[in-house]
Design a protein around this ligand. Structure first.
Ligand code: HCB
Length: 213
């Protein structure tokens, strides 16, 4: 059943087992389970547990690396399946996305980028550890409707403020919507820095942008 597949997906990440994650991904596709559900409820839920155990000192950095590699192996199998759906959706706005300067966490940003593509957005992914200037330059260059940043650390989320400031300095703040996300980011933070949209996860990001474009 779907529930069993999702539980297996969780277990694969918690076992740091990329082969198992890829196997569950294939099983999900064959069983007609929504890949997005396996990613969010299986893989991501497990990554959050890994993060908690890392914080409490029961797991160490090599474990976190192994878990993220396992997750990537699973997501890699699911991505083509997800992208098949992209051609069916109507064309929407252009989104510039990246993980903020100083921050190399990319898994969540990659998932948001993929889901937005599937929803019909044209997505330019600047990668991770992206200097603020690059978001602004790219948004200007392609006439983007959305500038989205991801921050996974309390020390790097602060830099999201600079996106707001530099977009203003470049004179294009009123032409774009800004979206912020990442584990430590909240609606309160978005309000505080003046970001237009806070998204808790990829589903939320898609729903909120779809309601605007
Ligand atoms: Co990393 N790490 N890490 N890490 N890491 C965190 C983030 C901590 C919270 C772990 C902890 O201590 N509890 C912590 C940060 C503490 C803080 O806030 N200050 C931390 C630390 C400290 C570090 C290092 C400094 C460790 C070290 O070297 N001593 C180092 C960072 C170096 C740097 O960036 N300069 C580091 C490194 C790593 C890796 C490389 C081992 C690995 C990343 C691999 C990669 O991304 N390629 C890693 C990982 C995997 C994590 C945890 C365990 C999971 C993150 C993750 O991928 N989650 C994380 C613990 C946690 O987050 N609870 C831990 C799964 C994804 C799918 O969820 O939240 O990223 P997500 O994304 C969601 C959601 O937020 C939203 O949608 C996504 C999909 O639903 N979303 C957006 C995300 N971005 C969005 C943007 C938008 O515009 C809208 C929505």
């Amino acid at each position: 059943t779907k529930e069993e597949i999702i539980q297996k997906g969780k277990a694969a990440i918690l076992d740091f087992d990329g082969d198992a994650a890829a196997e569950v991904a294939k099983e999900a596709i064959e069983a007609g389970v929504d890949p997005a559900e396996l990613i969010e409820e299986g893989f991501t839920a497990a990554m959050n547990e890994v993060g908690d155990q890392f914080e409490s000192g029961t797991l160490f950095l090599p474990h976190v690396i192994a878990a993220s590699e396992a997750m990537s192996a699973g997501v890699e199998v699911l991505t083509p399946e997800l992208e098949k759906k992209a051609s069916e959706s109507k064309a929407r706005g252009k989104v510039v996305i990246g993980t903020i300067e100083g921050d190399i966490h990319s898994i969540g940003k990659d998932i948001v980028a993929t889901m937005l593509k599937i929803a019909g957005f044209e997505v330019v992914d600047l990668g991770r550890d992206v200097p603020v200037k690059n978001y602004v330059d790219k948004a200007k260059e392609i006439d983007a409707q959305v500038v989205a940043s991801s921050a996974l650390m309390t020390t790097t989320m602060i830099t999201q403020t600079q996106i707001e400031e530099q977009l203003k300095e470049a004179g294009i703040r009123d032409k774009v919507k800004t979206m912020v996300g990442g584990a430590p980011v909240t609606q309160d933070w978005a309000n505080k820095i003046g970001a237009d949209i806070y998204a808790e996860n990829s589903g939320d990001a898609v729903a909120k942008l779809k309601s605007l474009f």
